[in-house]
Design a protein around this ligand. Structure first.
Ligand SMILES: Cc1cc2nc3c(=O)[nH]c(=O)nc-3n(C[C@H](O)[C@H](O)[C@H](O)COP(=O)(O)OP(=O)(O)OC[C@H]3O[C@@H](n4cnc5c(N)ncnc54)[C@H](O)[C@@H]3O)c2cc1C
Length: 452
C-alpha cells in the first residue's frame, strides 16, 4: 500500500512494546485508530487516575484512520429522516447539532494539544451533473431546512459563486455546507497517540486480540483483565472470535496526484480547500491537500466472501482505474498530472448501516463504530459519548439516538456475499441509468431503500 498520508507523516515510526505477558488495567481498548485513541483521550479527562491500555494489532493509525480521505465532516452516515423514523424528530436534530459542533471540539483539541494536521475548515461543495443529482441536492438542502437548520448550515450555491470557489466542467448545480474540514489523517492519528501516551495511556502495538469477553481479553501470549473492555476495531472486527457477522468490511480506495503547479491551481480555483463530492449513488470524495495534491477516493469495490480482510485487498487495480477515470472527468486538468499514490482499506458496515455507541455496565463490554466510511469526525463524538457512559455521569451525550442501538448481525454466507455485492452493483447501475436518462429508476431505488 502506498498511502500518501503515511508517506508524508514525519515521526510515525515509533517502536512501541508488544504485549506478551498478562496485565491488569481498569480499561482496555482494542484498536488504536481514532475511535480507540479519542476514547482514551476523553476517559483520561474524566478519570485522570484510570489505568488504560490500548491493544493494537499493527501500529497506531494502521486502519482507516491513517488512510482515509481526510474529510472531517459533521454529516453522519445516516440522514435526518432515517434517524427521525427510528428515534423521533428531536433525536435526529439533537445528534446532528452535536455532530456539527464536533468540528469545534476537534479544533479546540488540536489547538490545545498543538497538533499540526493540516486542518482547514473550508466546508464541502456537493456538485450535480445531471437532473436527478440536481433534484437530489435541492431535496437534501430542503430537508435540512425542514428540520430547523438554515442557510448557514446548508444552502444551494449560485453558479457565479460556484465558479469563484472551484472550476468543474458540466456542473449543473451545487450545494455548500461549512460543516467539514480537510485534514491530514495520518498526522492527526499519530499526534493523538502521542498526546494520550503523555497522559499515561499505554499503547501496545503488534498485539493482536483474538477474543473479547466480559472483563477479559485474550491475545496469543497474554491475557488482559479489565473492568471495562472497549472494542474499537471497525473494518477489522470480523477477525475477532464471535464477531464475524458484527460489521461487514467494505473497501474504499484512493489515489493522489503530484501537487498542482501554480498556474494549474489558478485555472482550477479551489483556494479555500473545500472538500468536494457529487450526488451520485456510489460515493466519491475529494480533497485538495495542503501541498496542492488532489486526493480522490471512491467506494464500490466488491465485498470479499466471509468478511475476509487481507493485506492484498488494500489495492484494487480495476477500482483504482475507475477512480482515476472519475477524477479525469471532474478535473480534466489532472490528466496532465502524475498519479503518485494509490491505496485503500476496509471500513466497517453494520447490518442497519448506522453507527452505534454501546456500553453494558454489568459485563463491562463497550464498543463504538460502524461509521460506514464517515468516521473521521464521528469517532470523536462517539468516543466522547462512550467516555461519559463508562464514567456513569448523566451527560447529555449519553441520551443521543445512537447510544445502545447496536445493529443486528449480518446474514450468514453466502447470503451476505450475494446481498452486499448485489446492492453495490445496483448502486452503480443506478448512476449509469441516471446519467444516461436524467431520470431515477424507481424500482432500483426502492430496492436500495429497503435494504439500506
Ligand atoms: C480509503 C478510506 C477513505 C475514507 N475516507 C473518509 C473520509 O474522508 N471521511 C470520513 O469521515 N471517513 C472516511 N473513512 C472512514 C474513516 O476513516 C473511519 O470511519 C474511521 O477512521 C474509523 O476509525 P476507527 O478507529 O473506528 O477504525 P480504524 O481506524 O480502522 O482502527 C481500527 C484499529 O483496530 C485495530 N484492530 C482491529 N482488530 C484488532 C484486533 N483484533 N486486535 C488488535 N487491534 C485490532 C486495527 O489494526 C486498526 O488500527 C475512510 C475510510 C477508508 C478506508
Amino acid at each position: 500500500m502506498n498511502s500518501y498520508w503515511h508517506e508524508s507523516v514525519a515521526g510515525s515510526k515509533i517502536d512501541r512494546d508488544s504485549l506478551n505477558k498478562n496485565i491488569d488495567v481498569d480499561i482496555a481498548i482494542v484498536g488504536a485508530g481514532f475511535s480507540g485513541l479519542w476514547t482514551a483521550y476523553y476517559l483520561k479527562q474524566l478519570q485522570p487516575d484510570a489505568r488504560i491500555a490500548i491493544l493494537e494489532a499493527n501500529q497506531v493509525g494502521f486502519g482507516a484512520s491513517g488512510r482515509n480521505g481526510g474529510w472531517c465532516s459533521g454529516f453522519l452516515p445516516m440522514t435526518l429522516s432515517e434517524i427521525a423514523k427510528q428515534s423521533g424528530r428531536q433525536a435526529a436534530v439533537d445528534i446532528y447539532r452535536e455532530s456539527f459542533a464536533t468540528l469545534d471540539e476537534i479544533e479546540r483539541v488540536i489547538h490545545h494539544e498543538q497538533i499540526d494536521c493540516d486542518y482547514h475548515r473550508g466546508g464541502t461543495i456537493q456538485g450535480a451533473t445531471n437532473s436527478v443529482q440536481c433534484k437530489r441536492i435541492t431535496d437534501e438542502v430542503k430537508t435540512m431546512h425542514d428540520y430547523g437548520f438554515d442557510e448557514s448550515d446548508s444552502r444551494l450555491l449560485s453558479s457565479a459563486e460556484t465558479r469563484t470557489r472551484i472550476s468543474i466542467p458540466d456542473l449543473m448545480a451545487a450545494a455548500y455546507t461549512p460543516h467539514c474540514a480537510a485534514i491530514h489523517p495520518a498526522k492527526l492519528v499519530t499526534a493523538l497517540a502521542k498526546v494520550v501516551e503523555n497522559n499515561n495511556v499505554k499503547i501496545y502495538e503488534r498485539s493482536h486480540v483474538n477474543e473479547i469477553n466480559s472483563r477479559q481479553i485474550k491475545l496469543k501470549d497474554a491475557i488482559v483483565r479489565a473492568e471495562v473492555v472497549v472494542r474499537a476495531t471497525e473494518g477489522f472486527t470480523s477477525r475477532i472470535k464471535h464477531h464475524r457477522r458484527t460489521l461487514a468490511p467494505l473497501y474504499s480506495y484512493m489515489v493522489a496526484t503530484e501537487p498542482l503547479t501554480k498556474s494549474q491551481r489558478e485555472q482550477i480555483g479551489w483556494q479555500n480547500r473545500e472538500t468536494y463530492h457529487d450526488a451520485r449513488n456510489m460515493i466519491i470524495y475529494v480533497q485538495i491537500t495542503k501541498d496542492g495534491r488532489i486526493a480522490f477516493g471512491g467506494r464500490g469495490a466488491p465485498y470479499h466472501f466471509a468478511s475476509r480482510v487481507k493485506p492484498e485487498y488494500d489495492m484494487h487495480h480495476r477500482i483504482h482505474q475507475q477512480i482515476i477515470a472519475s477524477m479525469y472527468e471532474i478535473f480534466p486538468i489532472t490528466k496532465n498530472l502524475k498519479i503518485t499514490h494509490r491505496w485503500g482499506g476496509p471500513l466497517g458496515v453494520p447490518r442497519n448501516w448506522r453507527p452505534s455507541v454501546n456500553f453494558d455496565p454489568r459485563s463491562g463490554l463497550a464498543s463504538l463504530g460502524g461509521y460506514v466510511g464517515d468516521g473521521v469526525a464521528a469517532t470523536n463524538l462517539a468516543a466522547r459519548t462512550l467516555a461519559h457512559l463508562i464514567s456513569g455521569d448523566d451527560h447529555r451525550l449519553t441520551k443521543l439516538a445512537w447510544v445502545n442501538h447496536p445493529s443486528r448481525k449480518w446474514e450468514v454466507e453466502p447470503m451476505r456475499y450475494f446481498g452486499i455485492n448485489g446492492l453495490l452493483k445496483l448502486s452503480s447501475s443506478m448512476d449509469r441509468h441516471e446519467q444516461a436518462t436524467g431520470e431515477v429508476d424507481k424500482l432500483r431505488s426502492k430496492i436500495l431503500d429497503i435494504f439500506i
